[in-house]
Design a protein around this ligand. Structure first.
Ligand code: ADP
Length: 445
């Protein structure tokens, strides 16, 4: 029986004794009855008060036990948090002797929780780092330091490899005295990733430097080559245009070859120069209003002779609500020429169709599609054709008079124009190159 019930029982006992006494008092002389009845009444009142007090006490007791239960649940919750935290937590005394350790700490140091308690934490620090370790503990003990954050230290578990740890320690004073609270985290992987990132950053810088040097070199050499090339072209043209020089037919053929090859070489030099400009971030894109429909018609007109020569068709289909775009006319033309010339070059039967439109539902984006019925591009080559000097079939170079730079330049230009270039193709059936561009280019810095 608990004390509360005992108290209740005693109150009831006294109460029934009082009733009995009341009955006995009736037999006494009248003046005595009055006094005793008065006393008994008062005792009765006191008893009633005692009952009320008991009830109050019992209520408080109930509340106390509810609070105690809550406290116990909280304590359990914190214990679990501590126990199963993903980081290693330890509590040591001022000398660094372990008083408590959670599950992760035990796993990290490779010693069961039971055996960790009582061991100095310093035994898990390699010899060469122990001096520093003790020094820091001392600083915390004498109050020089209150807290150490992300202190990086090598740690040595009982067996197995040592690891890099990031440690946070706080000095805490509580009624039981002074202790240190430790949080340990294995940062070996983080360190490795940091080192790799550092290495990658360095390599990136080196690569940027190399790219810069390469573009400067290409740009310088192309400039140097352009001057003599222009002279070769100019003089060979002069030779061909002056009938009074009366060249032999064989000589005319030779001069024509000099001129054609010179022309191709100049094209290559210009392409290299363009690519190196983009690489070095020196490609300028002065913006102007361009009528895209007009540009497409003029460009296809220029290529008409090639189409006729190969007995192909060249169709233009424009479906624009507004043909005006803010871009750079000559660079847009360069992209169109590259795509159309390729389409004509790699098509033997059928022909080429160019379609210009706005993206459905977005008048601010323009689409140019160049479709051909040519040889197509194998799936595995689609990615690399946009890289400089890449051709699907290198032996085709001779047949098709190509350098492998056109698409690389086109892609660089489209990127610069904040657009996209993609291709879909089926070998033997043809290819479709799709360029999507914003209607208004932002001012280029
Ligand atoms: P080039 O045409 O001077 O070789 P490009 O960079 O313009 O260089 O093209 C790279 C390669 O992509 C070409 O050599 C060719 O193999 C392939 N290619 C480009 N356009 C087409 C096309 N319309 N049809 C088939 N293959 C193409």
């Amino acid at each position: 029986m608990n004390t509360d019930n005992q108290l209740l029982q005693q109150i009831e006992n006294v109460s029934s004794r009082l009733t009995q006494m009341h009955e006995c008092v009736q037999d006494l002389p009248a003046h005595k009855v009055e006094v005793i009845t008065e006393v008994l009444e008062q005792v009765n009142v006191s008893l009633e008060e005692l009952r009320v007090a008991r009830e109050e006490l019992s209520h408080q007791n109930e509340q106390l036990s509810v609070t105690r239960e809550q406290l116990e649940r909280e304590r359990q919750r914190y214990k679990e948090l501590f126990e199963f935290a993903p980081d290693a937590y330890l509590v040591t005394d001022e000398n660094g002797t372990i008083r408590e350790a959670n599950y992760t700490a035990a796993a990290l140091l490779n010693v069961s929780q039971r055996f960790l308690v009582g061991k100095p934490l310093s035994i898990f620090v390699p010899e060469e780092e122990r001096r520093d370790f003790r020094l820091r503990i001392n600083q915390l003990r004498i109050g020089e330091l209150e807290r150490l954050r992300e202190w990086e230290l090598r740690m040595q578990p009982r067996k197995g490899e040592s690891f890099e740890a990031a440690i946070t320690v706080s000095a805490v004073w509580n009624p039981e005295g002074f202790n240190l609270r430790w949080m340990l985290r294995d940062i070996t992987r983080r360190k490795k990733v940091e080192a790799q990132l550092g290495q990658m950053h360095l390599e990136n810088l080196r690569l940027q430097e190399i790219t810069q040097i390469k573009s400067q070199f290409l740009s310088a050499i192309s400039h140097e080559l352009r001057t003599p090339m222009n002279a070769i072209l100019g003089f060979s043209q002069l030779l061909l245009r002056h009938p009074h020089l009366s060249l032999e037919p064989k000589q005319v053929q030779m001069v024509e070859r000099i001129h054609d090859n010179g022309h191709n070489l100049l094209g290559l030099i210009n392409d290299i120069l363009d690519l190196s400009k983009v690489d070095a971030g020196r490609m300028e894109l002065p913006l102007e209003e361009v009528d895209l429909v007009d540009l497409v018609h003029k460009t296809t007109d220029e290529l008409q002779s090639l189409v006729i020569e190969k007995h192909l068709f060249l169709q233009v289909h424009t479906d624009l609500q507004n043909p005006i775009t803010i871009n750079n006319r000559s660079r847009l033309r360069q992209i169109l020429v590259n795509l159309l010339a390729n389409a004509i070059k790699f098509t033997e039967t059928g022909g080429v169709r160019i379609e210009v439109s706005e993206v459905e539902g977005d008048l601010d984006r323009l689409v140019i599609e160049v479709k051909d019925t040519g040889i197509g591009i194998p799936k595995e080559d689609i990615e690399r054709i946009f890289e400089a000097f890449e051709q699907v079939d290198r032996s085709a170079k001779r047949n098709y008079q190509s350098t492998g730079l056109g698409l690389a330049i086109s892609k660089s230009l489209v990127d610069l124009m904040q657009g996209t270039i993609t291709v879909t193709s089926q070998v033997g059936e043809g290819s479709t190159f799709r360029v999507e561009l914003p209607r208004r280019l932002r001012v280029h810095k």
